[in-house]
Design a binder for this molecule. Structure first.
Ligand code: UT7
Length: 321
């Protein structure tokens, strides 16, 4: 068995109560359930309530992950939050979550790698646990992406949703489980294919998501497949050797394309895109939690996580659960 190191001791997720179907969107903008389903696989998305913030979603997912790990907040040393939709420009959403969890010790910070944020955050947590002296890191992907959508731009607003997912990552001596390999990449040449047209320094505003969808699509399929091969190669295996593929949930056609390139069966691919749409940094831990709780992903399974997003940023994580 391949040896891992830091192990995923708990997983949790949270989705806002309100569900918005494609038909509901089609009543407000020039789109249709048929177009959205055919081009993306998305049927519905969850949208945060007024007064419900990214930190609220993140805290709810975190509490479930901490409970799943049979731990309390006192056991945590680090909180790392991946988000593109922080509650405020500062302090970090991680600091706000630390306060909401009443955690009076340790360190908390955010990272920004858009849809790849959770993969980046896991790599950072894994590295920090390996370096020490930390024992347990709470890694959260949380987004209220609905707040940065232009609800009149049909080419983007139908594709995203809100949600949060979390994992507790813990040091372990002599474990057969855990994170085996990390692979992250970015290429700033593609900043203008997927971006937000506002920010504190340039516009003193939050801005809205802009995307050249078909160009992002082509790069995503190619780069995700490369990332998965590179990540698997670090561990001396091939992507088809994994039990489960937990991808970023942007588009069902991307998942199918990557699956075909790597020789994965559709049963191996965890897909939640139909129900959650693209929840950016939250999508990977959310999908993992769904598949763990419905009994597909079990302890001992070999799982590959993957994401691709603005920047471009992309990456993959191989772990034995
Ligand atoms: O999470 C970060 C990474 N993001 C992604 O990976 C997203 C990648 N991109 C995609 O998922 C797909 O490119 C989309 C789902 C965004 C679009 O699918 P597509 O097959 O690439 O379509 P397209 O952009 O080439 O647009 C086709 C047509 C256009 O009309 P014309 O110019 O052919 O007449 C659009 O105006 O579809 C039209 N269109 C729509 N029609 C109905 C665009 N959005 C909509 C809409 N409803 N919501």
């Amino acid at each position: 068995m391949i040896k891992g190191n830091n192990i995923v001791t708990g997983v949790g997720s949270y989705l806002p109560e309100r569900v918005v179907t494609n038909d509901e969107l089609a009543r407000k903008i020039d789109t249709s359930d048929e177009w959205i389903k055919e081009r993306s696989g998305i049927r519905q998305r969850h949208i945060a309530a007024e007064g419900e913030y990214t930190s609220d979603l993140g805290v709810a997912a975190a509490r479930r992950a901490i409970e799943d790990a049979n731990m309390s907040v006192n056991d945590l040393d680090l909180i790392i939050v991946a988000t593109t939709t922080p509650d405020l420009t500062f302090p970090s959403t991680a600091s706000i979550i630390q306060e909401k969890l009443e955690m009076r010790h340790g360190a908390a910070f955010d990272i920004q790698a858009v849809c790849s944020g959770f993969i980046y955050a896991l790599h950072i947590a894994d590295s920090m646990l390996r370096a020490g002296p930390y024992k347990n890191a709470l890694v959260i992907g949380a987004e209220t992406f609905s707040r940065i959508l232009d609800w009149e731009d049909r080419s983007t607003c139908v594709l995203f949703g809100d949600g949060a997912g979390a994992m507790v990552l813990s040091t372990a001596n002599d474990s057969d489980s855990g994170i085996i390999a990390n692979f992250i990449r970015s290429d700033g040449r593609y900043c203008d294919l997927l971006y937000v047209d506002g920010g504190p320094s340039r516009t003193q505003s939050v801005g809205h998501v802009r995307m050249v969808g078909n160009q992002v699509f082509r790069r995503a399929v190619k780069d995700i497949a490369i990332a998965m091969k590179e990540c698997a190669a670090i561990a001396g295996i091939e992507p088809k050797d994994i039990d489960w593929f937990v991808p970023h949930q942007a588009n069902q056609r991307i998942l199918d394309g990557v699956g075909r390139q790597l020789g994965l069966t559709s049963e191996q691919i965890i897909s939640t895109v139909a129900h959650h749409a693209n929840t950016s940094a939250a999508s990977v831990p959310l999908a993992f939690d769904v598949a763990m709780r419905d009994g597909r992903i079990k302890r001992g399974d070999l799982v590959m996580l993957e994401a691709f997003g603005g920047g471009f940023t992309w990456g993959a994580t191989l772990l034995r659960f």
